[in-house]
Design a protein around this ligand. Structure first.
Ligand SMILES: Nc1nc2c(c(=O)[nH]1)N[C@H]1C(S)=C(S)[C@@H](COP(=O)(O)OP(=O)(O)OC[C@H]3O[C@@H](n4cnc5c(=O)[nH]c(N)nc54)[C@H](O)[C@@H]3O)O[C@H]1N2
Ligand SMILES: Nc1nc2c(c(=O)[nH]1)N[C@H]1C(S)=C(S)[C@@H](COP(=O)(O)OP(=O)(O)OC[C@H]3O[C@@H](n4cnc5c(=O)[nH]c(N)nc54)[C@H](O)[C@@H]3O)O[C@H]1N2
Ligand code: SF4
Ligand SMILES: [Mo]
Length: 804
């Protein structure tokens, strides 16, 4: 082994890594056992019972995991959650604490050398902490002093646009609404969010084609569908209760197609832990057809399916005539389809694609679901438009069982957008804010996530506040992002648990701990509730049952209102101070009902908001295509669009890498080191490669390699860039030849900042051109064949000890 190899990561001993056969079923008794074990370890029996019985109940709190919807109140079980929901709750409701003694013991340097797993497992942050300029440790600070300090920094900026306010999708609607009003009163639209790295491509494509950036189906539609197509999504891990919905649909005769380079366990068989059958027998077989698509082949696949439907005249001509535009051009376009290109792009045979198209043809109601396997590609917006084309051809929108279903990630990511957390908020919304409060919100668009990193890198950001999330680890190009963040003078993180973003800042940083959703919120002396929106536009209330992790925690609403009041106090005559004075912050933090009343007046579709969330189960936001087949596009019709099929070429000896989630993590929060369904235990630094590719690369299963990403900026000077992530174990895994997979966030150093989706600026996390090198590889030391260039363009180094 080379001497250049960095020291092993401090707390994960990868020599314990164990690799076994992948599973062919999801959930079942093991899932229950695993979630209960974790819950009992971290919460104890009383708290476990107290918490899990309130999870996803109409009088309880919303799961902090994914955005999958709950059944209507009458149809809920006592245990209305999945293994990963239980893990998400346990992570928050843990009895472990990170207090001032902890911070006195662990210096910044110490914390920076730990893995994300270790940091997260230390427990809940208990009081506001600060690192002052030159400090080596976090030390306590009062909320008042923290607010005064932030206000001083914010009012001292040469322009409000030198501040950036990030949001992760767990924030409640009330907090998100107050937050975006605060940011706009301050005078900027710099509101990047995790959506910029997630479903932004879905939003862009859907707004352009159907006039609204949200999915068009309800949970009932999934139950009623005749064909469900699950594309680029791993529900068994990331939306586990979706499997119950798929099972229900199957029971009613639906067919299921899965489109995925990997045959994910959940899509093969599902053992429903809520049914006796799920405990004893083999469970329900889910997929009728699995298409092992080559990474990035989905645009070609859907175009080919569309071409066949046109050829067979399997069309809803009445719908096309009445509700769509672009059909004629589309027909001309698909008649020219080059099947050789389709086969090269998808890695599928014409027979496989024809079989899928026949299932579309024979279905009276098709719902297509997708997630990150679709949205995180350079052509993801065009790919989603291609999915829309196929739906429109058969009139699969706005009728029972049919529709488009981008399955959202974070539990309230969709709600945060509805509430106005968006760097490109439309004018009518800004007008409503102006009408409600009487200050002029800025009109110029703000920075999204990628642009915010560029601005930090270029030294034009002095203040960064993160409302939840882990910006540095979740964003692409980890080293570039971390270096950019170190240029920002003041970094503030509102966070429940420690992560690497908390040790990455310019001169000073604040760490402000909020209440979690499982905790009782007594802000203003009354029991407050909050509201959230799921992936299917259903809005409902959430109220936590638990005693807060510490008496010093403040709700996110309180954090925002407190900061706004401090800004007003610091500079009452400044434009920001005057704007702040127009918002009733004190009333808002005394009773969130006041916020909901303002939401009702300002946010589209939210009239009588507070009254509607009073109903158990809440209400569903309007969705014109779903409700009345109304398409609020420029032409007033749904749009069919044409994109040429391209084959993503990978040079000889390289692989196409996707970065994905294990079964034991929530984004950058690592619950544990097992990916049970894929046969991995006790480690995360693995790269899954086809056995024949392993052989052709002259490697063997079990070898250690460095992952070297190659990228040529299409707008650059043509030189190739290399990026590296070290020390991964090669694992033989079935998938299309030439494809590879490894976990996020360990692989984020390989995703170039400027490699983003056309039309959404989403980082391309699912298609990195990859080389496997022997351990200790020195960046740029090898000629990149095929590009005719020495790999010395912009070299990126990894940061040993960081970010596992
Ligand atoms: N337990 C748990 N739940 C979660 C999360 C979590 O981390 N853990 N994260 C939440 C969030 S924020 C999100 S956005 C969602 C993410 O949910 P997913 O999108 O399911 O998450 P990924 O693990 O990124 O999985 C992407 C899937 O797409 C496949 N894929 C990759 N490339 C391609 C491609 O080119 N074409 C096709 N057809 N498939 C491809 C991969 O094999 C994988 O199955 O989950 C949410 N729920
Ligand atoms: N390579 C690669 N990169 C990706 C992806 C990928 O598939 N591949 N996926 C992308 C996607 S889809 C997403 S959504 C982003 C996720 O990006 P983020 O949303 O920024 O990341 P998370 O890991 O979800 O954030 C976890 C942190 O949130 C804080 N937290 C947890 N609960 C709460 C709470 O209730 N309140 C507050 N204030 N803080 C809380 C904790 O401190 C925790 O450490 O990552 C993106 N990055
Ligand atoms: S499916 Fe998602 S929202 Fe439902 S319990 Fe599981 S993690 Fe929570
Ligand atoms: Mo996400």
């Amino acid at each position: 082994m080379s001497a250049l190899r960095p020291a092993p990561k401090s707390d994960i001993d990868e020599s314990d890594l164990d690799v076994d056969q992948p599973h062919h079923h999801a959930a079942g008794p093991t899932a229950v056992a695993v979630s209960m074990k974790r819950a009992m370890e971290q919460m104890g029996p009383v708290r476990t019972a107290q918490t899990l019985l309130k999870l996803n109940q109409a009088d309880g709190f919303d799961c902090q995991g994914c955005a999958w919807p709950d059944p209507s109140p009458g149809e809920r079980h006592h245990a209305e959650f999945c293994e990963n929901g239980a893990k998400a709750v346990t992570e928050e409701a843990t009895k472990r604490r990170v207090d001032r003694a902890f911070f006195a013991e662990h210096s910044l340097a110490d914390l920076a050398g730990r893995t994300e797993y270790w940091l997260g497992q230390q427990g809940r942050i208990t009081e506001p902490m600060i690192v002052r300029e030159g400090g080596t440790h976090y030390e306590p600070i009062s909320w008042d002093e923290a607010n005064a300090l932030m206000a001083e920094r914010l009012t001292g900026l040469s322009s409000p646009d030198r501040a950036v306010f990030y949001t992760s999708g767990k924030v409640s609607n009330e907090a998100a609404y107050a937050y975006q009003v605060f940011v706009r009163a301050l005078g900027t639209n710099n509101l990047p969010d995790c959506s910029n790295m997630c479903h932004e491509s879905s939003g862009s494509a859907l707004v352009d084609t159907i006039g609204i950036g949200k999915g068009s189906v309800s949970l009932e539609d999934i139950h009623l569908a005749k064909l469900i197509v699950v594309v680029g999504q791993n529900p068994g891990t990331n939306h586990p209760r979706m499997l119950s919905a798929l099972e229900e649909a199957k029971g009613r005769g639906a067919k299921i197609i899965s489109v995925n380079p990997l045959e994910e366990a959940g899509m093969v068989r599902f053992k429903n832990p809520q049914k006796v059958k799920g405990w004893l027998a083999n469970g329900t077989g889910l997929s009728d057809l699995h298409l092992p698509i080559r990474i990035n082949g989905d645009l070609a696949l859907f175009q080919a399916i569309g071409a066949l439907l046109v050829q067979w005249d399997a069309l809803d001509r009445e719908f096309l005539e009445r509700y769509t535009t672009g059909f004629e051009e589309y027909v001309d376009h698909v008649q020219e389809l080059d099947w050789a290109k389709v086969e090269a792009s998808t890695g599928l045979s014409r027979a496989q694609i024809t079989e899928a198209a026949e299932m579309f043809r024979d279905s009276e109601a098709t719902t297509t679901c997708w997630a990150m396997g679709i949205t995180q590609h350079h052509n993801s917006v065009a790919t989603i438009k291609e999915i829309v084309n196929v739906a429109l051809l058969q009139g699969n929108i706005g009728r029972p069982g049919a529709g488009l279903c981008p399955v959202r990630g974070h539990s309230n990511v969709q709600g945060d957008r509805t509430m106005g957390v968006w760097e490109r908020l439309p004018d009518h919304f800004l007008d409503a804010i102006q009408g409600e409060f009487g200050f002029d919100p800025p009109r110029e668009h703000g920075h999204d996530t990628v642009q915010a990193i560029r601005e930090m890198r270029d030294g034009t950001v002095d203040f960064f506040l993160s409302m939840g999330g882990n910006f540095v680890s979740a964003a692409p190009d980890t080293e570039v992002t971390a270096a950019a963040m170190r240029k920002v003078r003041t970094v503030v993180n509102v966070a429940t648990k420690l992560n690497h973003s908390h040790v990455t800042f310019g001169r000073e940083t604040l760490l402000l701990p909020p209440l979690g959703r499982s905790e009782k919120d007594l802000t203003g002396g009354i029991e407050q509730r909050v509201t959230v929106e799921d992936s299917m536009s259903a809005v409902h209330a959430s109220k936590g049952p638990l005693k807060p992790a510490s008496p010093h925690l403040r709700s996110e609403v309180h954090v925002v209102c407190g900061l706004a009041e401090a800004v007003q106090a610091a500079a009452p005559e400044s434009p920001a101070g005057l704007a702040m004075a127009r918002v009733p912050w004190t009333a808002w933090r005394s009773d969130y009902t006041e916020i909901r009343r303002s939401i009702a007046r300002v946010v589209p579709g939210c009239a009588a908001y507070d009254e509607k969330v009073d109903v158990p189960g809440g209400f569903v936001l309007p969705h014109p295509p779903r409700d009345t087949r109304t398409f609020e596009t420029e032409s007033g019709k749904a749009v069919l669009s044409c994109t040429p099929v391209e084959v993503l070429e990978v040079p000889q000896g390289r692989l196409l890498l996707q970065t994905l989630r294990s079964h034991d993590q929530f984004n950058t929060t690592i619950y544990g080191l097992d990916d049970r369904y894929r046969g991995i235990s006790n480690g995360r630094r693995v790269v899954f490669v086809h056995p024949d590719d392993i052989r052709d690369l002259e490697l063997a299963d079990g070898d250690m390699v460095d992952l070297v990403g190659e990228w040529t900026d299409p707008d650059g000077d043509g030189s190739a860039e290399e990026r590296i992530a070290r020390d991964f174990r090669v694992v033989s895994y079935d998938q299309p030849r030439g494809c590879a997979a490894a976990y996020y966030p360990e692989t984020n150093p390989l995703v170039p900042l400027d490699s983003t989706a056309i039309g959404s600026n989403t980082p391309v996390s699912k298609a990195v051109i990859l080389r496997l090198e022997r351990p200790g590889y020195v960046l740029g030391s090898r000629t990149i064949e095929g590009s005719g260039d020495q790999g010395t363009g912009t070299m990126r180094t990894d940061d040993p000890g960081q970010l596992a």
